[in-house]
Design a protein around this ligand. Sequence first.
Ligand code: PHE
Length: 365
Amino acid sequence: MGQKATERIFEIEAEATVEVEAGENVAGLEELRVKWLGRKSELTGILRGIAGLEPAERGLVGGSANKVREKLEATLEARIAELSAAELETSLSTDSIDVTLPGSPVRAVGHLHPITRTRRLIEDVMIGLGYQVMEGPEVEHDFYNFTALNHPDDHPARMLQDTFYVEPGGGAPAEVGKQDVLLRTHTSPMQVRAMEAAPPPLFMIVPGKTYRRDSDATHSPMFHQVEGLAVAEGITLADLKGTLLAMLREIFGPDREIRMRPHFFPFTEPSVEFDVSCFKCGGTGQLGKGDRCNLCKGIGWIELGGAGMVDPNVFGFVRDAGYDPDSVTGFAFGFGIERIAMLRHGVGDLRLFFDNDVRLLEQFS
Ligand code: PHE
């Protein structure tokens, strides 16, 4: 009896091992575990029957059965580990999701706003000329927006009609201009902030939002400007002209010319306005057979912005930061990003940029 049981145990081992090694998936192997090692399995039955054996045979049968049980368990575990690694491998390679596939239904791809694209174009050009790009606060102190830019107390730009004040004062006309906090009316306050922050030489541009009480086809209460400032020893108006020419040729084409006309700004001396030659008529003012160019209105020039040599009085506010008006000179310029975008894309009304009508915006992809 004991002899037969031992033989049977080794037969079980051989049969079960063949089946386990041939098992092809984890679920199938769990079934084999039940079949060969479960409560109702033959091996378990033999172990339970040990008590009924001759005492002399108990040790041998019990020992063999337990050894075989352990071996089978180890074989099962090894095969399961092997198969689950392979199963994980195939599920990783077949179940992967390609997040770059278009959605269903396919959605139109978005794109940057034309103002953002124009701003980035200007930044790229100026970075290429060695300028750093800075940002500044849109809510600004009167000091930076006006006072340190050499605006007298009664300058008209300080009037409530032109400037949005964040903390309006008493309202009496005599008080206007003394209010502290406002929405910056131009990016020029960053001239002073940039000079306070770092000594010369300084070459920087500041793109950003600006605010004025204005609204028509070419003005919006919120608009964008780019400020430029270059300060070092020996900078001249010729450097300003060369810089504007290089910048505007990158934006409007290599054949463009520029011109500067005398103007006035409180913070530059001398001050100019600068124009670029019209890229539609090539600066002639005429289209085809004598028709007046509708872009430059027959003038041949397109007005773009203001500029000039930094007024020594402005340096006076940052003298302690290293800007001695007797040793450094500089130029500054400023212009509107919307105006450049309107010209580049032939958009006639600036307000269209902010209506957020996708029928318009879609055209600039
Ligand atoms: N800040 C001026 C404006 O908004 C433009 C300007 C900038 C003029 C720098 C001179 C120098 O009109």
